[in-house]
Design a protein around this ligand. Structure first.
Ligand SMILES: N[C@@H]1[C@@H](O)[C@H](O)[C@@H](COP(=O)(O)O)O[C@@H]1O
Length: 249
């Protein structure tokens, strides 16, 4: 596990965008696994700026998002579809046909999950998966549980995630209680993983990701087994790590 610590959120975002830029430069038809949440917003902003200045071309890029709320219309401003359009897709030259986000409105969950997994396979697998992390170390919407889930599936969100995400909704009652998410297995299959975290609120989750016991109770802990993973953090998110764990950049 490579761990890079930046002085602040802006530097973390720049560094993360550079990693994506290198990936697309090396392979213009890269398959990107993308994340939502407040953490990657700065990275997306940097990528839009890079696109506007002509340094990156998204025309052949394929994307798969980690997750989507269950039964929240995609027109809702809190849906992850809306988030991705607003923060990235509306501002770059990606082909809409190459964009994949789980359909949380489906009435056939099993079929949706299978179709999503097959689409990832058909695209040749994910080249680089971007991850944020929940305060309870969830990745995507893989909440702490008794066993690691392999593929895309429907999950019950934990009270702590519902509470954390309530800031984006009018009230906590409006937060969906379920979501469709790629499984820890689907995430783990990505050839490269880049996890981003900022702020003190993520320090315990980051510590547990790096040093915690590998258990589905700490979903991100499984990443300790991944052969090509980089964590890009700000100083606060890295505050519980030992300085020998990381490189300051
Ligand atoms: N499903 C998303 C995760 O993919 C994200 O990593 C997490 C952290 O969000 P934030 O970056 O806002 O802290 O929130 C949600 O639960």
């Amino acid at each position: 596990m490579r761990i890079l610590v930046c002085k602040d959120y802006d530097e973390m975002s720049k560094k993360a965008a550079q990693v994506i830029l290198s990936q697309i430069t090396l392979k213009p038809n890269s398959v990107l696994g993308l994340a939502t949440g407040s953490t990657p917003i700065g990275m997306y902003k940097n990528l839009v700026e890079m696109y506007e200045s002509g340094v990156v071309d998204f025309s052949d890029v394929i994307t798969f998002n980690l997750d989507e709320y269950h039964k929240l219309p995609i027109t809702s401003t809190q849906s992850y579809h809306y988030f991705m359009q607003e923060n990235l897709f509306n501002h770059i030259n990606i082909n809409p046909k190459n964009v994949h986000i789980p359909n949380g409105m489906t009435d056939n969950i099993d079929e949706e999950c299978e179709t999503y997994e097959n689409a990832i396979k058909d695209a040749g697998g994910i080249d680089i998966q971007v991850l944020g992390i929940g305060r309870n170390a969830h990745i995507g919407f893989n909440e702490p549980t008794v066993s690691f889930e392999k593929g895309t599936h429907l999950v019950d969100l934990t009270p702590s995630t519902i509470e954390a995400n309530a800031r984006f909704f009018e009230s906590i009652e409006n937060v969906p209680k379920k979501a469709i998410t790629m499984g820890t297995g689907s995430i783990f299959k990505a050839r490269k993983i880049m996890m981003l975290a900022y702020g003190e609120g993520k320090a315990d989750a980051v510590y547990n990701t790096v040093h915690g016991k590998i258990t589905p109770e700490i979903p991100a802990s499984i990443l300790q087994f991944h052969g090509d993973i980089v964590l890009i953090l700000d100083k606060e998110a890295a505050s519980k790590l030992d300085p020998s764990d990381y490189k300051l950049v």
